[in-house]
Design a protein around this ligand. Structure first.
Ligand SMILES: Cc1cc2nc3c(=O)[nH]c(=O)nc-3n(C[C@H](O)[C@H](O)[C@H](O)COP(=O)(O)OP(=O)(O)OC[C@H]3O[C@@H](n4cnc5c(N)ncnc54)[C@H](O)[C@@H]3O)c2cc1C
Ligand SMILES: *[C@@H]1O[C@H](CO)[C@@H](O)[C@H](O)[C@H]1NC(C)=O
Ligand SMILES: *[C@@H]1O[C@H](CO)[C@@H](O)[C@H](O)[C@H]1NC(C)=O
Ligand SMILES: *[C@@H]1O[C@H](CO)[C@@H](O)[C@H](O)[C@H]1NC(C)=O
Length: 538
């Protein structure tokens, strides 16, 4: 592990510049035990950065990661085509971009090869379909919306304005990575200081209209982007997340799976990782005394494979606990008084992601194209003119799905035939009738997977899965803050601001900094009330 990386040294220099005064009762002299619940982007980043910040501050930390599943990465998860480990494909979070500094830097530091999202062939067509008509199409590249942006002849200045707007918003967001905006105890406050609350307060539709990026460009191109990225129409996603959907220039992923970033982070952190360990409860340790600062936590877990077994207390009492998973789905019981701030339940999308391999190409007629015309390889969707922009799963509309992509061409090891690997995002499980229609080949009504139906010619490999993928990103100006108790932190509040691997990793890095500051007795001037240029710009 290299401790001398440029990025980190930069942060260290900034940190050193901050006022440094050991607080009374500083815990710097003994090992600080930290439990991290969840080994997704947030938990892995928290572990990695905490180890590094602690090393820089010269304070000892002992990190234990508790992960419900067997794998590191959380919603960054791959499955293997034909169950062949040499053919992994993303089922969850699939792309990040160069301005995602934490992820991008990690790929550099750990020497993880980056790859493009799909292996498009030159004659592949990417189209946006509204259920009746193809409203836009191009010869594809991975940044299809960038192609779209060049469609000035059709949409006038709107694409140009949209790109500028996205760049402005991204530049403002990136200030969260630097002092005095980093670290932050309140995301709500930082969003306000940076003027980003104005972008999250309104819908993507309102924000774009306000900035003169309306009309066909918004409803066709931008909405296709919010639908494929967040399963949402523009009318029900806030402006910031709509902008993020469009900030896809140079989209990339890690060859072999994005989860490898988080796996490397966990390894580099030196943390002990307990897999198959479902955290059942967090309580105060007995004998903590009246001194609040000395109050420790006991964490109980049970083996994930034995959900009815009695949960057992871990032998270590923890000074800090980081909850790095959406609280509402974690089924963790917090003892009375542990959560000083209630963690609000918020609506999440339930997204179906269906991966499958087939020897058939997509059928033009399904998309109401003339029989015999060439079908697109990738179909993004939008609403038809006059169609109601429903919210959540109701928003999928007439197309019945958010996107269909051809990810790869592969050779089926059994038949030696060339096959296509598809990914479908939809609001409900795809049906055999739907699959039959898009492929133009019969998929029996009884089909649930090739193993149950020996001879399904149309589909040789099938992996349906659904996720609580991300929040329904409704406009809001307050966000669940990362400090939820004494030495107790929560990362998933960032998801209603922006839900990406990078923002979860940023929140992990942020709570790591807060803990390291706390252990080292470091105080920082708060950037409270600061008015930035950004507030006027956005
Ligand atoms: C289909 C899909 C596509 C997406 N596409 C993208 C994309 O292209 N780019 C992008 O950046 N983001 C994308 N996202 C969003 C991205 O996956 C998330 O924002 C991010 O991964 C969240 O990371 P996290 O660490 O906060 O949470 P998670 O990844 O959910 O990690 C939480 C971890 O906690 C564990 N856990 C939960 N409860 C317990 C418990 N009681 N005890 C122990 N462990 C527990 C879970 O098993 C999990 O490993 C996508 C998400 C989905 C589902
Ligand atoms: C990423 O690396 C760049 C270049 O070394 C550095 O300037 C930046 O601070 C790093 N950012 C993070 C978040 O690690
Ligand atoms: C570090 O944490 C592990 C549990 O992951 C525990 O077994 C060990 O005793 C801890 N070490 C110290 C010095 O507290
Ligand atoms: C996790 O549980 C699965 C299923 O019970 C088991 O096959 C696997 O070996 C376990 N892994 C660990 C690390 O305990």
């Amino acid at each position: 592990m290299r401790l001398s990386c440029a990025g980190f040294a930069g942060v260290a220099a900034l940190a050193a510049a901050a006022t440094h005064q050991p607080a009374v009762g500083s815990r710097a002299d003994r090992v600080n035990n930290v439990a991290i619940i969840g080994a997704g982007a947030a938990g892995a980043s928290a572990a990695y950065h905490l180890q590094r910040y602690a090393a820089l501050e010269g304070v000892p930390v002992n990190i234990t990661i508790l992960e419900k599943t067997e794998h590191v990465g959380g919603r960054s998860v791959t499955v293997n085509i034909y169950d062949d480990p040499a053919l992994p494909v993303e089922q969850g979070a699939s792309i990040f971009v160069a301005v995602n500094h934490i992820l991008y830097n990690a790929t550099e530091r750990f020497g993880l090869p980056r790859s493009s999202l799909r292996d498009d062939e030159p004659d592949d067509i990417t189209a946006i379909w509204d259920g009746d008509d193809i409203v836009w199409q191009s010869a594809a590249g991975s940044s299809w919306w960038w192609d779209a942006a060049r469609m000035w002849w059709r949409y006038g200045l709107a694409p140009y304005r949209a790109v500028r707007l996205v760049n402005d918003v991204v530049a403002t967001f990136l200030r969260l990575y630097e002092e005095p905006h980093f670290p932050f105890r309140s995301l709500t406050q930082r969003a306000f200081e940076l003027g980003l609350h104005k972008v999250t307060a309104v819908t993507g539709e309102q924000f774009l209209a306000e900035k003169n990026v309306g009309g066909g460009f918004a409803s066709n191109i931008m909405q296709a982007a919010t639908r494929v990225n967040y399963a949402s129409n523009l009318a029900h996603i806030h402006g910031l997340e709509a902008m993020v959907s469009f900030a896809a220039e140079g989209a990339m992923s890690v060859a072999g799976g994005n989860w490898r970033i988080f796996d490397k982070m966990v390894l580099a952190s030196g943390a002990a990782v307990l897999r198959n360990a479902t955290v059942a409860s967090i309580a105060f340790a007995k004998g903590g005394g009246d001194d609040d600062d000395a109050q420790k936590y006991v964490v109980s877990t049970r083996d994930t494979g034995e959900p009815s077994a009695e949960a057992r207390e871990l032998p270590t009492a923890f000074d800090n606990v980081i909850i790095a998973s959406p609280w509402q789905f974690s089924s963790i019981d917090a003892a009375k008084g542990v959560l000083k701030h209630r963690i609000d339940e918020i609506p999440y999308m339930k997204l179906h992601v269906t991966l499958f391999a087939s020897p058939f190409k997509l059928r033009a007629e399904h998309f109401k194209l003339k029989p015999g015309s060439r079908a697109p390889s990738n179909v993004y969707t939008t609403l038809a003119p006059g169609e109601d922009a429903g919210q959540g799963p109701d928003g999928v509309g007439r197309t019945g799905f958010y996107s269909i992509s051809t990810l790869r061409r592969v050779v089926n090891p059994k038949t030696r035939r060339r096959e296509y690997v598809y990914k479908i995002f939809s609001a409900s499980a795809v049906t055999p009738a739907f699959l039959s229609s898009i492929l133009g080949a019969r998929v029996p009504d009884t089909f649930v997977g090739p193993s149950s139906e020996a001879a399904v010619e149309a589909i040789s490999w099938f992996r349906p899965h659904w996720f609580h993928s991300y929040p329904v990103e409704l406009p809001r100006v307050t966000f669940q803050d990362p400090v939820v108790g004494r030495g107790l932190y929560y990362t998933s509040g960032v998801e209603s601001f922006i839900s990406t691997m990078e923002t979860s990793a940023l929140m992990g890095m942020n709570v790591a900094r807060l803990i390291a500051d706390d252990v080292a007795g470091k105080r920082r001037p708060e950037a409270e009330g600061e008015k930035t240029d950004a507030q006027d710009e956005l």
